[in-house]
Design a protein around this ligand. Structure first.
Ligand code: SAH
Length: 351
């Protein structure tokens, strides 16, 4: 029997149960030390017996790979339908952990530089399947006292386009906010830039106040469409209009916005591209540009030459655009951005 949602399952078994009992049940899945429904002693023995088919994790199996440096772990998780997803734990600058979760199996956005994008789309993940990526790592760290214990940040930058699985991603974030100490500004949802969904966020009073990162990758419409098939000629204007509404609605600096920019040699890293990016960033205003070193996913692209990367970065800085550079982690276990794939790893590690 496949249980799609623990909450629905509880409600089916105990249709008349008062709501505090459901809350106790849901909270138990985040209680340190608990490893099965039988540990939920706030429930009577009879109730626990009635729930005995409810699995503790919605994952059928997990393989964990560890990067040589010991600062990155990747889990390949097998789901009930034997599909696989990947989830990555990275040590952050403060010595805690940042968790990168997947929101879909595969991805329909088909970004040409992304390994997940080239695999196509299989299905959305359920709330439990996304939440359980966090819970798996929580238990993993509980069992390893020699490792830092706290996961302080979550990024929706694993497999999939989170805003194409809006409802489940939103419910996942609400669950995490309810049951962990992670606050909304420590959660980042990264999107390819689905304007209708970004607009929905502005109109959705129950969307949690998390940070957003938009994968821009080029401020030149033609280049962006070439490398990201989900783009279209008016995209930049539409995105600009959206940012105006976003800043009008969320004036707080804590809600700051990031544009991600993967550095592809000669494709989007020339001075012309820097100029286009500077123009767009200035037009938008309060935005941070996060330059991402390209992680190898196939022969089509090369990472920017160090000199080109440095020039591009300093051109932005000189134009007073706020710019940061993302550290590459876990590339030796194909756990870096864009290297997450379904089933047999197609990613060849660069030698
Ligand atoms: N679907 C979401 C999440 C993707 S993964 C999105 O499009 O934003 C997070 C980031 O990694 C995105 O900015 C994505 O474009 C980037 N990325 C994809 N492939 C990459 C690669 N090979 N090297 C570096 N970054 C990559």
């Amino acid at each position: 029997m496949v249980i799609e949602s623990r909450t629905r399952y509880f409600e089916e078994i105990f249709p008349k149960s008062p709501s505090y009992r459901l809350r106790q049940f849901e909270a138990a899945f985040f209680t340190p030390g608990f490893r099965s429904v039988q540990d939920i002693t706030t429930l009577s023995k009879g109730d626990r017996e009635a729930l005995k088919n409810c699995p503790w994790l919605s994952l059928k199996g997990v393989r964990v790979l560890s990067a040589k440096k010991g600062d990155t772990y990747k889990a390949i998780m097998t789901l009930h339908d034997n599909k696989e997803i990947e989830s990555v734990l990275m040590q952050n600058a403060r010595g805690h952990w940042t968790l990168c979760v997947s929101s879909q199996i595969g991805c329909a956005m088909a970004c040409t530089f992304c390994a997940t994008g080239t695999m196509g789309f299989t299905r959305n993940l359920t709330v439990d399947e996304i939440v359980d990526q966090y819970r798996f790592w929580m238990m993993f760290l509980e069992d390893r006292p020699e490792l830092p214990e706290r996961i302080t940040n979550i990024v929706f930058m694993g497999m999939g386009e989170p805003l194409a699985n809006y409802k489940n991603v939103k419910e996942t974030i609400q669950t995490i906010l309810k049951h962990t100490e992670i606050g909304p500004t420590r959660i980042t949802v990264s999107t390819v830039g689905l304007i209708p969904m970004l607009t929905q966020i502005l109109n959705d009073e129950t969307w949690p106040p998390v940070r957003l990162a938009v994968s821009l990758h080029s401020a030149d419409p033609k280049t962006r469409t070439d490398i990201m098939p989900s783009s279209y000629p008016q995209f930049l204007d539409k995105l600009y209009e959206w940012t105006e509404k976003y800043f009008a609605k969320f004036a707080s600096r804590r809600r700051h916005l990031t544009f991600e920019y993967v550095m592809l040699s000669k494709v989007n890293d020339t001075s012309e591209h820097a100029k286009a990016l500077i123009r767009f960033a200035r037009r938008v205003g309060k935005v941070r540009i996060n330059l991402i070193p390209y992680n190898f996913t196939g022969e089509v692209y090369r990472d920017s030459l160090p000199a080109d990367f440095a020039r591009f970065e300093s051109e932005l800085r000189e134009a007073e655009v706020l710019v940061t550079r993302r550290r590459t982690m876990g590339d030796d276990i194909a756990a870096a951005c864009g290297q997450l794939v379904v089933e047999n790893s197609k990613v060849k590690t660069k030698v």
